[in-house]
Ligand binder design. Sequence first.
Ligand code: XIL
Length: 475
Amino acid sequence: MRFISSLFGILASTSFIGAGFTSAFAADETIRSLAEERGRFIGTILNSEWFNDNIEPEFEEIHKTQFNVVVAENEMKFDATEPKENVFNYTKGDKMIAYAQANNIRVRGHALAWHSQVPGWVNDYKGQKEKLLKVLKNHIDSVVGHWKGKVAEWDVVNEAVNDEYNAGWRSQGSVWYEGIGAEFLDSAFVWTHAIDPKAELCYNDYSLEWGMREKSKASFVVEQVKRWKKNGIPITCVGTQTHIEIAHETTPQNVRDFAKALAELGVTLNITELDIGFPKGSAGKLGAADYAKQGHLYRQFMDVFLEEPNMGEFVIWGLTDAHSWLDEQQGKTEGLLYDKQYKPKPAFDSIMVSLKSHPAAEVKTPYTFAKDTTANDTTVRDTTVTDTTAKDTSNAIAKLRGLQKFTIHLAGRTLFITGTSAKPSTVELFDMQGRPVFSAKCENGSVDLKNITEGLYVARVHAGSASYMQRAVIK
Ligand code: XIL
């Protein structure tokens, strides 16, 4: 608001200016609201700091306004929910469910059968097939039963496939596989479905974004999904974790191909743990071009997500670079949408641009909930004349109305101003936080924006004594 009043110092005495400006820079439009209009879910984790009430106040505010699907970073894993045999701890998970319900957020349950974050007492039963089957079934019965109807989707099995180029089950280092064999996966799906038949059930893994080459993880998973579907195993979704690096430029296309292969099998593909990290050594040396590149990759994933009809959730593994497993464990850094001060990065704008570039009416959803196809496509609205004063009847506004007689229109990287009797003199661009990023004199009714980084902006045009603003998507 500080910016708003200074920007409009000249005309700021009228309430109209404040109202018009606010709607242009909308806090009313979030990536959550845009995703919802498109029948899709965009989400991020709740991290341990949140569960322990040790998180900055901005976190929750951003979390609930920008995201509509949530997952616990660690608090629903086996070691958290059943720390001792048949002794269950649901306190933290319950806290998340209450938060999700209060804010109308969908819950992903993560994860039931996984080789990692398994408590020591389970490993004590190493190699004992009958016992391990009982342990796994009891865990699923209890945990899924406790949250029945509250968890929309479970990662039933996590990371059961070997690393890349070595297609096959993870045969080493998994207490489940070593003790039970591959049937632990089939059983886990069947048991989960028996307890909560309405929940969606996913197989979740990393490196699936490397493509469907021979012996790749993605190809192996497609083969298993075929087998599961043929055998009536109740799998409904695959999760591609998608922990990638800035250099992994081909991964969005790989995810698209993977989605298409799963669509043929009637299975949804969700992006479940996206982060796009820089090498840790680059911390402090990153510039605008690096963040723009990161934004571009995020946007490509969002484009794929919105264009493939069998994709439903787009979940990022963290909200702010201040709290991320990338720094703590992965030798990577700054892979998320918000920086350490909770400021949205270019990646955030890129996601918004992608959402706005895909009209709601054209985005299909794999979910059965009613999609509001009457929702307006704001991208279209942005390129037409909008009289923001129309609903206001005050005198001050009536006076201003006559000034708003021109249209700004973006074609490629050129901004055209048409329909004004006064000659347009200057064009300014502001980022979505209201910071000025560009200003140029207007020659022949147009301005070249070729040096502007892709993103979402508000453009202001001056012509004579009038000025006019609207949102501009630059791509
Ligand atoms: C990670 C968490 O972010 C860390 O806090 C924890 O120490 C280890 O697990 N794949 C998964 C997630 O399925 O559960 C992992 O989460 C990241 C990789």
